[in-house]
Design a protein around this ligand. Structure first.
Ligand code: OOG
Ligand code: NI
Length: 471
């Protein structure tokens, strides 16, 4: 793929530079705001170091792909927005950093009244240089059933402006001129950061906060504050089971279970866990200055471990096995049945092939294709096509490596929301179907099709290999 979005000219810094800079200053801010997050980072670094010192194989693999230098950088964060203007403008803001909306996630079916996308780099090289992405949700006002409250929410949100004037100016400048110079880029990231900052003063009074909370904790979190504070950041771990097991000992309260697939030899998709949201002091609108405070829970820390991207066939099997496990224990796992859930999950996933050869031959996962040292000795008696690829693999003229899943999982995301919102809310169900059309209208453009992205990339590597073979 040719990348036009982040070409560095003398005048402009690259989007990757801006994205990395933004991720770095956001991480610093979050460590200040949520000290427990700093503890989690320390734990993750320690365990990553252990894994690296125990396995030269892992170390070499990460060194070969250049990933080792970025290992301890955050992979993602999340925000929750209140109104269409905010989503539309957030898309423009992230574009300055080379981040585009990929995928549509409907969380209403899982009891969270939002729909979401993930802003991330599209080009593989850009993603490798600056992996930071932001899971971005928009509140679905249409799912608030109390009309009076819905009107109140609309009024409260209408008057808020979450972006600074300077940030808006620089977004426009970047759009007009095609980029930002180093000075502007620095001002831009500092101004953009303001939107993600925590405010301990609510924009509503105590009564309204309680009314919002009564509807859904998430609604209070989105509506009662000046802006969409970053609600978590997520570094990458090389051993999520170890981190989960070690959190307690460091006084980091873990959520009850790891979201996603079970532990495997060949990891697939995404496994995530988090520590529970902090209880933070909040001053309500009419209580400013009189010392009266309330409490709010929203901010936490998360970790992730990624594996192979699955094809639709693989994803269907994943969803079937996950669904079967959840059904058997009566829904989302709890503290009480977490170990039973894990056992059952591992048991059910035994039918999911756990070697790359089968994942490939059964077309369950996506792969990068590579030519090998044997490729030059290939018989040149024909033009090779896509139909020959399996034979070429068999004969050692091609090799494969799994493609990493770069996106999110709706059931896991709902589990992450739920463990930080309280179980009553999580058990709630919302009527009505997902509404991708409305989301894209509010966003101002369609989201990238997630499956197509992997499919295209796989095809590209096949085409590249064939071109080399047939040359
Ligand atoms: C987002 C939860 C989703 C993930 O990693 O799946 C998420 C939120 O709590 O706002 O970040
Ligand atoms: Ni997350």
């Amino acid at each position: 793929m040719i990348d036009n979005s982040n070409t560095t000219t003398e005048k402009f810094v690259s989007s990757e530079y801006i994205r990395n800079r933004f991720a770095t200053i956001m991480s610093e801010m979050y460590k200040d705001e949520v000290p427990l997050y700093g503890e989690l980072l320390d734990l993750v670094h320690d365990i990553n170091d252990n894994v690296l010192s125990e396995s030269t194989e892992v170390k070499e693999q990460l060194a070969n792909t250049g990933e080792i230098t970025r290992l301890n950088m955050e992979r993602h964060g999340a925000i929750r927005l209140g109104k269409p203007y905010e989503l539309f403008t957030m898309r423009r803001l992230f574009k300055v950093m080379g981040m585009f909306p990929v995928g549509y996630y409907d969380l209403a079916t899982a009891g969270v009244p939002v729909h979401s996308t993930a802003f991330r780099a599209i080009e593989n090289t850009a993603l490798n240089q600056a992996p930071f992405r932001v899971f971005t949700s928009l509140l679905r006002l249409d799912l608030i059933d109390n009309e009076e409250l819905r009107n109140n929410v609309e009024n409260i949100l209408e008057s808020r402006q979450i972006f600074t004037k300077k940030a808006l100016e620089l977004i426009e400048k970047s759009e007009k001129e095609g980029g930002l110079n180093e000075n502007d880029a620095e001002t831009f990231v500092q101004e953009a950061l303001e939107t993600f900052r925590w405010h301990d003063t609510a924009t509503v009074d105590y009564e309204m906060y309680e009314a919002l909370l009564g509807q859904h904790r998430l609604i209070a979190d989105v509506v009662a504050f000046k802006g969409p504070h970053i609600n978590h950041l997520t570094p990458r771990t090389l051993d999520i089971d170890k981190v989960q097991a070690s959190m307690e000992a460091r006084n980091i309260p873990p959520k009850d279970n790891i979201e996603g697939p079970p532990t495997r030899k060949c990891p697939i998709l995404l496994r995530q866990t988090s520590f529970k949201a902090l209880t933070e002091k909040v001053i309500f609108k009419n209580d400013v200055g009189n010392g009266k405070t309330g409490e709010h829970k929203a901010r936490f820390g998360e970790i992730e471990q990624r594996g192979a991207a699955l094809t639709q066939k693989g994803l269907d099997l994943y969803n079937e096995l996950l669904g079967k496990t959840r059904k058997a224990i009566g829904g989302s796992p709890t503290a009480e049945n977490a170990s039973e859930y894990n056992k059952l999950l591992a048991e059910n996933f035994k039918v999911f092939p756990d070697n790359y050869k089968e994942l490939h031959s059964e077309e369950l996962a996506y792969f990068h294709y590579f030519t090998t040292e044997r490729t030059t000795s290939i018989p040149k008696n024909k033009v090779y096509t896509k139909n020959d690829v399996n034979q070429l693999l068999e004969d050692g003229y091609l090799s494969i490596e799994p493609m990493v899943y770069e996106d999110f999982l709706p059931v896991s995301a709902a589990g992450i929301f739920a463990s930080n919102l309280g179980t009553d809310d999580a058990k709630r169900e919302y009527e009505g179907s997902s509404n991708q059309n409305l989301f894209e209208k509010d966003l101002g453009e369609p989201v990238y099709n997630l499956m197509k992205w992997y499919e295209d990339m796989q095809n590209e590597t096949i085409e590249k290999c064939l071109a080399e073979i047939n040359a």
